[in-house]
Design a protein. Sequence first.
Length: 374
Amino acid sequence: MVSGKLVPLVRNICACKYSPSELTEFVDISQKIAISYLKYLEVIGRNIRPKKTEGINELEDVAIDCIAGLFTRDEKGEFTQLKRYFGPKIESNLILNEMETASLLRRLVVKKTKQELSRIFRERDPEGAKIVRNIKVAIRSSNELKSFKEMGREFVYMNIEQESDGGKDDYQSTAENKGGQYDVENPDNGNSQKLKNAIPEKVLYHYFLEKYVPSDSVATMMKKMLEIVVNFPEYQHYLPIDVIAAIIRDITFQHVREKLSNDIDINSPLCDLQAKEIEKVNQHIIKLIHQKINQQYLRKKKITPEKANIYCRAIVDFVNESTQGKETDSNFKYLKRYIPDLTQQQYREKERSIFEYLVKITKKSLRKKLKELL
């Protein structure tokens, strides 16, 4: 962008006096800021891209999805969020300069990106999001577990006295000196833990697998992981919440899969009967959802026959994979199977409200019928 152009660009956008090229330029600037922040999060260890990326421009898609809400308009065609944010500065007698405007825009885009990332992660991995919520509840409910935030990540540590060379562990002493908050600003304030490397996730996974008990609560599993890292003085004695959640999710899934493989004789008559009963449940749910699509959307001409067919096929995939012990995809990925060119932004603007409602109803109905079967 040409230096000195941001201030008039923001003024025109907020006053609805912009040209199409100006709006495109402003969106591009906002997207680049979001991409920069997302790359920063990846550098510090956050998993921004899914394990199986949908395309080369995955990060760009995530960025545009995050900032899309800033460009919602009201009935007058005004960008309400942008006008509310920049309006007071523009309407005041103070003269805006490029540096201040750039700083304001970056602050707005980063804040919006943070908010939308939570929603995106919930859509992409609902089971993982549920585990993260359980972890945070466990921390709030425990006197032994405490957390702190650093560089956009949340970490957990044991808030108990552990004698080392003449006193408590550095990470705990420092946290207590800060009223329970870990001191990340002053590395010389007894904070030798900060200078150590984090334990590799594969190493933690290997040792935790030996201690894993399916009946353990989330709090108990967290304590076991923290006990593991304490036994490795070369590593930090605290763990990122997202790493804990990923390990719990992977080990739990692996345990269920192995248990099913070991306990069930796939050739037994009982297994055949169970498979047939589950298939009946699947067909019942699929038929129910297909009827809802036709009655609630297709007959009322809210969607086209082609779109109704796509929703039906995606629901069939979701139901079958949910009852076959397979790891389910995100709602976006189910639709992308049948709409290859679908982007995150298009999904959010055109597909999400209807399809997420259908998936929600499917889950609820499937859960009810399977409980009756059990």
